[in-house]
Ligand binder design. Sequence first.
Ligand code: C5P
Length: 206
Amino acid sequence: MIIAIDGPAASGKGTLGKRLADHLGFAHLDTGLLYRAVAAVLLARGIPLSDREAAARAAESLDVSHLDAPDLRGAAMGEAASVISAYQPVRDALLAFQRQFGRQEPGAVLDGRDIGTVVCPDADVKLFITARPEERARRRHLELLRRGEDVAYETILADIRRRDERDMTRPTAPLKAAADAITLDTTNLDADAAFRAALAIIDGKL
Ligand code: C5P
């Protein structure tokens, strides 16, 4: 069984995905980490993010065993990931791993931008998680503060708006809800309420 969760930056889809996976005993993949890891390889080697060939090579030879590195989750890496994720060869190189991940028993939860549309179009349940940009910026601000990164709220809001725009308007696998996805707006829901709402949707689909 596959649960696909898509949505914009800092919508809470990662937290929700992990919680659902823990609850259901499923594997969980935060696919944003794959793009962040590719960006990290380029930055570590001093290669400009505009180098499409180098980005594609980094994606093809990505070591997926280090996706839990804490520096991947920082704000700068999210921005860099958004740049290289627009390159089709990068997306192509990461596709097989994601699809293979989704085949695990008894099931898998994958979250990202194009899971319901491109990676797992036959997913059993598709959720599209949204929240107003101001609320997403507020949450991301708190999260970064907890990790010791003191970035101004306004900077985070601007970053989120820029990333939304880039992710939604790129020609390859743009961020959008699949036709058969159920949209969950979490602007006024805390993590517990979002989890319960998602679980109710999943139960109703099974
Ligand atoms: O979800 P997260 O913020 O970690 O993703 C970082 C960036 O990676 C996103 O802004 C997006 O451009 C890209 N991404 C993507 N497709 C996915 C997951 C992430 O293009 N499935």
